[in-house]
Design a binder for this molecule. Sequence first.
Ligand SMILES: *Cc1c(COP(=O)(O)O)cnc(C)c1O
Length: 387
Amino acid sequence: MTKGFLPYGRQTIEDDDIAAVAAALRGDYLTTGPTVEAFEAAFREVVGAGHAVACSNGTAALHMTMLAAGIGPGDVCIVPSITFLATANCAAYVGADVVFADVDSDSGLMTPQTLAEALDRAKGRRVRAVLPVHLRGDVCDLPALAALAGEAGAALIEDAPHALGSTLKVGNHVERVGDCAHSLMSTFSFHPVKTIATGEGGMATTNDPALAERLRRARSHGMSRPPGADPWLYEMVEPGFNYRLPDILCALGLSQLAKLPRFIARRRALAAAYETALAPLSPLVRPAARPEGSDPVLHLMTVLIDFTAAGKTRRQVVEALTAKGIGSQVHYIPVHSQPCWVAKNGPLDLPGARAWYDRCLSLPLFPTMDDGDVARVVEALQAALFR
Ligand SMILES: *Cc1c(COP(=O)(O)O)cnc(C)c1O
């Protein structure tokens, strides 16, 4: 059993990860060197995309997709209300508006129904992008979302930080999250709680070479080098940012990526152990619903708890878990209810997001946990709810 406090998520950093960073520090480049391209190439292989562009974090990746897609003032992005703040913030960075979509109350995901309803609310406005989030690691119904977005003249941009390694069965074939089979671009984060960690770090993937070029430009000051030009020459068509991921962190990313199969196997085994251990607590406690075709590598072990039926508040349960050294977290507070968005968009009721938020709680899930930890968490949850 893991000693000490169990957070809801944490990184797995081993001696060879540390050695990889030390080697990068001794090398010729601290920032943009050969390890950036090596990390991008390895990532591209893992997710099955044509192009991968590393950047300083997942939020930067989202911002870069907005810039690469040419989204700006007067444009509308559709964002699910149950996500991290950054998914909506990226639209605001480029002056675009956000229309929030509801989610399925049991999976927390944007569905074809909730997207159709949001598109209806956005009727008459210039909807340029739809940003589904593969919440917890479960994969949205991408073919249906892409079809609806396409009819509305909008691009699908997947915000996929939760779903590195997750797959979706479409007909007879298995598609990998990040392969952009149905979307224009996908984004990832390597924050310590995500599936692989670089401290801060992110990636955007696409199959479109022109978009990849624009992502690269946005990452580095808007600079590009015309092919065959004088060696000192660079050109700027529009201002970009400094969103580069240094060689030091790309070395860590490469080392982490090599361990992804092991991390995936461990996350899957722990999720299965949770499902078995939680079964006796049903229907008061249930794991989040699995959408059809989704084969997730869970980033979050989110359960839905009927706090009213249990006669306990979420705060009481969270505090009882904390007292036993167990961390938990709420993913997420509906973004449309944040003061910033209420001030901008006015009040909005999204019943699916509300029902999800009222019941959700994420329990510890990370590769260095063992089955004893899962048993300890479930016992503590049971005690918190029933005693
Ligand atoms: C983590 C996360 C982000 C932001 O990633 P950072 O690397 O922390 O900037 C964006 N969207 C979702 C859904 C995330 O989980």
